[in-house]
Design a protein around this ligand. Structure first.
Ligand code: CU
Length: 354
C-alpha cells in the first residue's frame, strides 16, 4: 500500500513538472504568430468542463448514498440539539451556495468556450450587481456568526449549582479516570505529588489531609444518571489531552496544571440508544464487517471477534503519544435508581487507602 502511494505521488509530481515546463514554453512563444489553441481544442476543453460538473454532482449524490450513515447518531445531550442545528444550517447554506456557483462556473466555461471570430464582451462594471453580491453574503454570514456565537455562549456557560453532579475527568498517558465528589458534593484537593502515596492506590493524587477528599469516589468506568446536569472538571497528569464525548457533542482540552470545565445534561440512556432504529442499523453494519473479518482471522488460526454492542465512550482527541488511539473510557447513562445503586457499590477514597 505504501509503495503504491509513493509511486502515485512520484507520477503526480512528474506530471506537474511536465505541465509547468509546457506552461513556461507557451509563455515564451509569440502570441501574434502562433495559435495556442484552435477551435477543436476549445471545443474539447469546454465539453470537459461540463463533464466535470456532471461528475462532481454524481460523486456528491453517491457519497450521500454510500456514506450518509457513518455520521454520528442523534445527540444524547440537551445542548446537542442546538449544536446539531447550527451544524446542519451551516452545511445546508454551504451546500446550496457551492451547488449554484459550481454550476455557473462550469456551465459558462462550456457555453462560452472559445471559437474563431467570437469576441468577448467588454463589461466594465455594474454598481447594482456588485452591491447585491456584497450585501447578500454580508447579511448571511453576519447572521450565521451571530447565531453561532449565541449557541456557543449557551453551550459553554457552566453555572455551579446544587442540582448538578460534579465529576472530575483525570487524563494521563494512556487512560482516563473519573472522580465523583461524594456525599459532600465537593472534590477534595489533589496534586500529582500525592500519586505515589498509599502504594499507588491514590490513582488521581487526592490530598489525604483534605477532609473533602475522603468521600471522593474514583472509577474507571463513567456512570451518569439521565436527565441530570453533569459539571466536568478536567485535569491532566502529563501532557495535553482532550476529553471527547461525541454522542453528547462535548469536547474540552485537558491541560496539565489547570482545571478546565464543560457541562452537559445526558438525555438518552445507554439502553435507549441501543434500541434507537438508526443505532440498530449502524450496529448491524458494523457487525457484518466484523463477522467478515472474523472469518479471515479464524482461517489464519486466530480468535473470532466478539459482536459489537453499542456503548457511549469518552475518547482522547489530542494526539498525546504512542497509545493515544486506545485512550478511552466506557460511559454508562442509566436511570437515577440504577445510578444510585451503582454508586452505593463503589469504594470511597477513605475505604481504598485504609
Ligand atoms: Cu490523550
Amino acid at each position: 500500500m505504501t509503495t503504491l502511494l509513493i509511486l502515485t505521488v512520484l507520477v503526480l509530481i512528474g506530471i506537474s513538472i511536465w505541465q509547468i515546463s509546457k506552461m513556461f514554453e507557451l509563455s515564451q512563444t509569440d502570441r501574434n504568430t502562433t495559435e495556442i489553441a484552435d477551435d477543436r481544442d476549445n471545443n474539447t476543453q469546454g465539453k470537459l468542463m461540463f463533464a466535470f460538473l456532471v461528475f462532481i454532482y454524481l460523486l456528491t449524490l453517491y457519497s450521500f448514498y454510500a456514506w450518509g450513515d457513518v455520521l454520528l447518531p442523534e445527540s444524547a445531550s440537551e445542548h446537542g440539539t442546538d449544536y446539531d442545528n447550527l451544524l446542519w444550517i451551516s452545511f445546508a447554506l454551504i451546500f446550496f451556495v457551492q451547488t449554484i456557483t459550481q454550476a455557473l462556473l462550469h456551465y459558462f466555461a462550456y457555453k462560452y468556450r472559445g471559437e474563431k471570430g467570437k469576441k468577448a464582451l467588454f463589461y466594465a462594471d455594474n454598481d447594482r450587481l456588485e452591491a447585491i453580491w456584497t450585501i447578500i453574503p454580508v447579511i448571511t454570514l453576519a447572521g450565521l456568526i451571530l447565531y453561532g456565537l449565541y449557541t456557543w455562549t449557551n453551550i459553554m456557560q457552566v453555572e455551579e449549582n446544587d442540582e448538578a453532579l460534579v465529576v472530575e475527568l483525570y487524563a494521563q498517558q494512556f487512560n482516563w479516570k473519573a472522580r465523583y465528589a461524594g456525599n459532600d458534593g465537593v472534590l477534595g484537593d489533589a496534586n500529582v505529588r500525592f500519586l505515589q502515596d498509599f502504594d499507588g492506590k491514590n490513582l488521581v493524587g487526592i490530598d489525604a489531609t483534605d477532609p473533602n477528599g475522603l468521600d471522593d469516589v474514583v472509577v474507571q468506568e463513567l456512570h451518569l444518571p439521565v436527565g441530570r446536569e453533569v459539571i466536568f472538571k478536567m485535569r491532566s497528569q502529563d501532557v495535553l489531552h482532550s476529553a471527547y464525548m461525541p454522542h453528547f457533542r462535548a469536547q474540552m482540552n485537558c491541560v496539565p496544571g489547570m482545571i478546565t470545565e464543560f457541562a452537559f445534561k445526558p438525555t438518552v440512556t445507554t439502553e435507549e440508544m441501543r434500541q434507537n432504529p438508526d443505532m440498530v442499523a449502524k450496529v448491524k453494519k458494523i457487525n457484518k464487517i466484523r463477522s467478515e473479518n472474523s472469518k479471515e482471522l479464524v482461517a489464519n488460526g486466530e480468535e473470532a471477534l466478539e459482536p459489537y454492542i453499542f456503548d457511549y465512550v469518552l475518547l482522547c482527541n489530542k494526539i498525546c503519544g504512542a497509545s493515544h488511539y486506545n485512550m478511552q473510557m466506557k460511559i454508562v447513562v442509566e436511570t437515577p435508581e440504577e445510578y444510585n445503586q451503582w454508586m452505593a457499590e463503589q469504594q470511597t477514597f477513605a475505604q481504598v487507602i485504609q
